[in-house]
Design a protein around this ligand. Sequence first.
Ligand SMILES: [Zn+2]
Length: 478
Amino acid sequence: MEFDLSKKYCYYFNEISKIPRGSRNEKAISDYVVLLAKKNGYAWKQDEVYNVIVEKPASAGYEHSEPVILQAHMDMVCEKNRDVEHDFEKDPLDLYVDEEGWLHARGTTLGADDGMGVAYMLAIMDDKDLKHPALQLVFTVMEEIGLYGAAALKKEDLHARRYINLDSGGENQTSVTSSGGARTEITRSLHFTGNRSNTYCLKVRGLQGGHSASCIRLERGNAILLAGRIAETLNCRFRDLRLADYNGGMKFNAIPRETDLVFASDADEKQLREETDRIAGQIKEELQYSDAGFRVKLESVETASKVLSAEDTAEILEFLFVLPNGLRHSSMAIENLTVASLNAGVVRIENDILYLDDLVRSALASHGDEVLHQLQLLCRRYGFGFRIIDRYYGWDYAKDSPLREILRDVLKEKGIEMKERSTHGGLECGIFKGLIPDLDIITYGPIEIGEHTPEEKLNLASFDRAYVNLLEVLKRCK
Ligand SMILES: [Zn+2]
């Protein structure tokens, strides 16, 4: 199978592969889209972050049909193999087709995520013979680093109630729900005093962690909260722990695997160790199926020069002990789907302030509101600051979706049973749903695997078939 540039979507995929387009570097590709809109004589709008919306009018016979939004993100993840020379700021991708008919970029990500969607939209823009209602072609930026482009879209610029997102490959499947997210920052000002007591570092190690969307329901241990729980238990008995440092986790959206909690205490060292081992043993049993590698070490370390008071320490440990975390709600419509959760992802002390980063996810806004309000009340009660850094909404499962039925029919006529996919992660779909609450949504695209890695590849036969199916769906949007 060759990469046949006489097919418009292949031609455009090849063209955009020449334009560097890592996240936050989308001006060139955005201008390219605008140029094509101008060439075709369509109305267009480019906003301040370089999202582009192009208005393609309805074809003959579709003047009275409800318009449809087609959407893809222009940015791509820039990853390369260590031994490859490639400058993602200026070099074109080096495309090739393997013997099984998959398109690759030599040594780098291919950017089929989401170049495949962009290429489809450019091909549709550039083809006057197609049958479809009025189309809003929405090209977004900065999807890969937090859906920021979609978040900058304005409600008044979108005037359709049907929406096809082209960022979710699969050819025979469509997504039916996604969760929203709210990043929160919990803080507390700390007042340190001098210290001469023995100092210990409580180390939690060996946990699996994982992505906080897909793995939160697996009961994996959270290193930050486990360290807090052990320290809280120790403090219940010895009542003199004084916190010196607390450091764990890497990212909002990852379950923390390791944490160091440093404290001073005058308690008998042997008893401290025995009590640590006792509670660690209990936790080990709890985690035997989810985190067999869990281990705790209590290390004697150099005497900390400054520590918190015992009262402050007790309050912080108590707060962490009662902090809700993990799975909050499961879907009753879709098996094994989490629809609300929160993840304490990072804890650190910096410039005499304790920071805790917590990510709340929910498909329904009200579930998010519920958890956020709990956090807020708890913070107030325990003297912590609380701030929502940013928030985007989710896409709750809709029982009835006319678009989904159209796609189901199109696939069925080819003998394919459409699969429904659901995620507790975030999709741009959720942001569109937040802007247009009665929006009917499907996702569609060709088969693509290995995204975000240099192994990324696009199946060219599927690229052909999915395009035909997409056009057929549009044609039936009467
Ligand atoms: Zn994508």
